[in-house]
Design a protein around this ligand. Structure first.
Ligand SMILES: *[C@@H]1O[C@H](CO)[C@@H](O)[C@H](O)[C@H]1NC(C)=O
Length: 363
């Protein structure tokens, strides 16, 4: 079988750290294993633009492995070109870079699997960190020190405590709930969540979270909002100018879910005007983000307006070990013919959505 693997390139960093598995140099650690069974592996980071490797190799690949960090976009056109494709593996979590509905509607027998749960803790930690970075005004304080300056007041005038704030998550699944669990120790005033389904009662009680059915009502109450829902037709562009105007003036917004859940220009404008005191996260509507993306330099009179990073939250070295192993497990299950996948990893099985729950999640 021919396996195509799309990853970011790490250059010299790959040699620095062999545990950096999720790069083209280290190839999730699967080359020898695949080749020893007679399979062919093609690895590349070249996924966009003219004459890219993804378009070239997808034509005769049986298996394509992508990640959310350097997403190989699996569009209708590419699906139509992929005459032999049977399995799409996402080394990580989140398959929105794949046109799932198109596969489901077509008669192609392509299965789509992700390594569910592999990086939920990594992302939840990044969310809590970003909240602290924003609320405590860390970035400008640190930049001041690096510059050689010292002006406590300049930093202090925009520095707050997370304690006693109302904190809300939009989406309360595997990541959102872990964020709430971690926030309990900060003694928030209230923890709120918005989701299409309620948490089990014990789970709600464990973190002391309250469900709010109406999104605008939730946003009107929260000092800090974190987005932890998947990207689909119902959430694309959800945080636009109109919805952001329903947030408390001067709230902080953290998004490590998917960039396209927010309208980039509207967020930048809200940061500029101070409607948002700050925005932080690691996901972008296009990845890699262009040099002139509005989120790179957006700023406001609150110095802590911007806590953006590249899409790194789910690709800590600890997470890489887990999603590399999970990818290998999925491949092994497929290549052996057993297809005894972990139920929670399966998005599409032989071309169709398998669980009702997933379909509902898309609403
Ligand atoms: C998936 O395909 C089936 C028909 O095969 C259809 O009934 C269903 O609505 C599709 N689901 C989505 C989410 O497109």
């Amino acid at each position: 079988m021919k396996v195509l693997l799309i990853l970011y390139s790490a250059g010299k960093h790959a040699a620095d750290e062999p545990k950096l598995l999720g790069c083209t140099e280290n190839e999730l650690g699967i080359r020898k294993w695949l080749e020893s069974q007679g399979h062919t592996l093609v690895t590349t980071s070249h996924k966009d633009g003219p004459n890219n490797d993804l378009d070239k190799h997808i034509v005769d690949s049986d298996i394509v492995i992508t990640t959310p960090f350097h997403p190989g976009y699996i569009t209708k056109e590419r699906i139509d070109k992929a005459k032999k494709l049977k399995l799409l593996v996402v080394a990580g979590v989140g398959s929105d870079h794949i046109d799932l509905d198109y596969i489901n509607k077509s008669d192609k027998k392509i299965s789509v699997l992700e390594v569910t749960g592999s990086n939920v803790v990594s992302v939840a930690e990044h969310v809590v960190m970003t909240m602290l970075v924003l609320v405590r005004n860390f970035v400008p304080a640190h930049e001041m020190i690096m510059r050689g300056d010292w002006d406590v007041a300049e930093v202090a005038k925009d520095t707050y405590d997370l304690e006693n704030k109302v904190i809300a998550t939009v989406g309360c699944g595997r990541i959102g709930y872990r964020v709430l669990e971690r926030l309990v120790s900060f003694n928030p005033k209230e923890l709120l969540y918005y989701d299409y389904q309620a948490l089990p009662k014990e789970a709600e009680e464990k973190v002391g979270a309250k469900r709010v059915i109406d999104l605008e009502e939730l946003l009107g109450k929260a000092d800090v909002v974190t987005i932890n829902c998947p990207l689909h037709d119902g959430t694309k562009g959800l945080f636009n100018k109109q919805l952001i105007s329903k947030m408390k003036k001067g709230a902080w917004l953290v998004n490590t879910a998917r960039g396209a859940i927010c309208v980039a220009e509207d967020v930048a404008e809200a940061v500029q005007s101070g409607q948002l005191r700050g925005y932080g996260g690691d996901v972008w509507n296009v990845q890699p983000a262009p040099k002139d993306h509005p989120w790179r330099k957006m700023a406001n009179k609150y110095h802590a307006g911007n806590a953006m990073t590249p899409h790194v939250s789910g690709t800590s070295l600890d997470a890489q070990i887990r999603y590399a192993q999970g990818t290998k497990d999925i491949l092994e299950s497929f290549l052996s013919g057993k297809k005894d996948y972990k139920q929670k990893d399966v998005i599409l099985l032989d071309g169709h959505y398998i669980t009702k729950a997933y379909g509902e999640h898309k609403k």
